[in-house]
Design a protein around this ligand. Sequence first.
Ligand SMILES: [Zn+2]
Length: 185
Amino acid sequence: MKSCDWTLRTSAAILFLAFIFGPLCKQIVASVAEPAVHIAPPITSLRISDLHDSFDELHFGHRHEAIDIMEPLGTPIHAVDDGTIRKLFLSRAGGKTIYEFDNAGLYCYYYAHLDHYADDLREGMPVIRGQVIGYVGTTGDASPDAAQLHFAISRLDTDRLWWKGTPINPYPILLEALMRISSSV
Ligand SMILES: [Zn+2]
C-alpha cells in the first residue's frame, strides 16, 4: 500500500513538473533553435517606420499572431520567398488570402485582406521571391477605409498542412529584411 502511495505521489510530481516545465522548455527550444528566416519584404516601398509589432495584441478576441502593413488600395504584394502557392482561400476574417509554402516545406507565408490576386495565380503554382502575387485590399474584417496587408509566418508541422503550424513573429524577420536591404545599398 505504501509503495503504491509512493508511486502515485511520484507520478503526480512528474506530471506536475512536466506540466510546468514542458511548455517552458518548448518555448526555450523554439527561441534558441529557430533557424534564421531570411525573406524579402512583401511590399517594395516598405520602411522600418511602417512596421509595428502587433503579434501579441488581441484582435477580435484572438492573439493577432501577424503584422498589419497599411498600404494604399491596390499596392502590389510580392512573394517573400521562392515557393509554391499552396492555397487560395476566401475566409470571413482574412478575406482573399494566399498561403505560400517555401521550397523546403519549413514555413508557410500567409497574406490576407487582398483586393485581388495576380492574374493567373493558381494553387500549386511555383513562385519566385519578389514575384507579384496579389494586391492590397480591405476584404474580410479589415476596415473599408484601412487597406492593409495582414502578413503571418508559420513554422509547418511535419504533416505540412496549410491550416496548421506554429505562428512565429514576422516583425523581427521583416525588420532584418529591411536592414539587410538598406545595408546593401
Ligand atoms: Zn491583421
